[in-house]
Structures are given as C-alpha cells and as structure tokens.
Design a protein around this ligand. Structure first.
Ligand code: PLP
Length: 298
C-alpha cells in the first residue's frame, strides 16, 4: 500500500517556529538535530468533524517523549496548541486532516552529536495535510520482518522519537515481500507491533494484544482497549506468538494514520476472519471520532 499525492496539499502552509510558510519554502536548517541525528519527537494527530481528536493525549505523549530524551526549552502546551490551531486555520482544514507534529532538539552551533551544541531552543514543525485514513476500505497483508522491534534495553519504544530506522528497515522487508506492512517481533520472539501500527487479534470472542514492552503504547490502541472494557468485550494483554496470530479468528491493526484495519494474510497464511468483533469495535471507534475532540472555532 503506497499513499498517493493529494492535489489539495499542493499549496499548504506549514508552521515552523512561529512562521507559516508555503510547503516549498518550509525548511529547517542543515544544522537542525533532526537532520543531524533524527533527534526529534513527533505525533500523528487527526482532525474529524471540526475537532482535533485526542489532542491532549498526543501532546502529553509528545512532551513525555521530549522529557525522556532530555530536550530543553520545550514549548508549553498552550503554545503548541496555538501553533496547531493557526496552521489548521491558515489551511482551512476542519476534517479529513492528518497533522504531523514534530519537535526537534533544535539547531546546533556546529555539526556533532552532543546536545550541548544545541543552543537555540527546540524547533516546532506543524505539518497538516488533507489525508483521510490511509487504510480506509482496505484489507492488509503482512509479513514477519527479520528486524526486531527495539526493547528498552536499547531504545525504549515508549519514546515516540523520529529516529525511525528500526521501523523503516521492517517496512523494506514488507516492500520486498510485496505486502502492506511488516510484523516486528520483540527480543523474545513475541509479536510487538507492525512497523507503523499496534496489532490485535480475536480468538473465541476474546480480544488480545501485545503487552506494551516493545511497542509504542498507541493512543488508538488505548482507545480500543477502553472500548472493549466499556462494552463487555473481554480483552487480554499478553505475550502473543506469531502462530497464535496465524490461527486467530480476526486480526486488525490500529493507528492514527490508518485507524482500525482488518488483516487478511500474514506470512501467506489466510486469517479466518469469521468474527464480528472488529466490526463492532470499529463502530464504537467511529462514534468517538465524531463526538470527541478540541473544537476548532474558525
Ligand atoms: C511504531 C508505531 N506503532 C503504533 C503507532 C500507532 O500509534 P497511535 O495509535 O498513537 O497513532 C504508531 C504511530 O505513530 C507507530 O509509529
């Protein structure tokens, strides 16, 4: 699955540290940490029905990630919210929008790894694009990647950082296998997540997902867990092996960019897909996206 260029995004304006710039002029310095070392944190956020969905949860994860990797001069939640509101207003975006919010450690006085070289404060980038859920109406095929998802022994997957090579290498495995995405195992061989989403399975009317040991604790994942709890759907977080996924009744992925997407094939094994639980969770999720969020007033 490859996304296409959406011509509505031809002339969008992008926020970079207080300035709204045409996409062709929206640039960061070659001395910025994100160029030098992928040294940034980020969030993908959606706008539905005139509202920014789960805005506070995303900002909280952004700031916790920034704290974990020792950023200083981090903008306040109010300033980040104003930057996002201004960007959406400048682009007239009130629905069908995906925001890529990035905070880098900022510009360095000279190239080098040391964060002590960062003496100008952080760089805030708000990139909002017209982008309906990318897996809408699609069913996914997956392959198990040879690349393991990082454990906290190496780099904690709870930090939502922009150094995405671990995931990109797995995505290359998916591309080489001609499928949509790749399943990444953890250091013990249990399923962690895919290169870009969390993953769930259903067996005998029970929903299962991996423990958040080597996966991003996704906000959509958390919503699905809450939906199950609030609707008497039994949910268990545990170590799950790939063969349990092969033999599941239903499998689906979750993420802001693609929402909830059914998986039909893993490593060439057809998933039974005989249940109705995903459909029911999807309906609850859709309801939430239409009801909840920070209201856009422009
Ligand atoms: C590796 C990975 N897993 C899962 C997710 C899904 O997280 P969320 O539901 O918060 O979008 C993302 C999203 O950025 C991700 O990068």
């Amino acid at each position: 699955m490859i996304q296409n260029f959406d011509s509505r995004n031809k002339d969008i304006k992008v926020w970079i540290n207080g300035k709204l710039l045409h996409r062709d002029n929206a640039k960061v310095s070659v001395f910025d940490s994100v160029v030098q070392g992928g040294d940034a944190v980020w969030e993908g956020i959606r706008v539905y029905n005139g509202k920014i969905f789960c805005f506070d949860k995303h900002l909280n994860r952004l700031l916790e990630s920034a704290k974990s990797i020792g950023f200083v001069d981090v903008p306040s939640i109010t300033n980040i919210k104003n930057a996002v509101f201004s960007t959406l207003k400048a682009n007239g975006m009130k629905n069908d929008t995906h925001i890529r919010l990035t905070l880098t450690r900022g510009k360095k006085i000279t190239s080098g790894m040391n964060p002590k070289l960062n003496q100008f404060g952080t760089t805030l980038i708000v990139l909002a694009e017209w982008k309906p859920a990318i897996y809408q109406g699609k069913e996914l095929s997956l392959v198990t990647s040879s690349i393991r998802r990082l454990s906290p022994l190496f780099l904690d997957s709870k930090i939502h950082h922009a150094n995405l090579l671990n995931n990109i290498l797995a995505k290359i495995d998916a591309n080489n296998a001609g499928v949509d995405d790749a399943i990444m195992l953890d250091i013990d061989g249990f399923v962690a997540e895919t290169n870009s989403t969390n993953i769930f399975m259903v067996k005998n009317d029970v929903v299962y997902t991996s423990l958040p040991k080597a996966c991003l604790p996704g906000i959509t994942r958390e919503l699905v867990i809450d939906i199950c709890k609030n609707n008497n759907i039994k949910l268990i977080e545990k170590d799950i092996s790939i063969s349990e996924f092969y033999n599941a009744d239903e499998v689906f992925t979750t993420g802001t960019m693609g929402e909830l997407a059914r998986v039909i094939l893993i490593d060439n094994r057809k998933i039974r897909n005989k249940g109705k639980i995903l459909k029911s969770i999807k309906n609850h999720f859709k309801y939430l996206t239409q009801q909840e969020g920070d209201i856009l007033t422009f």
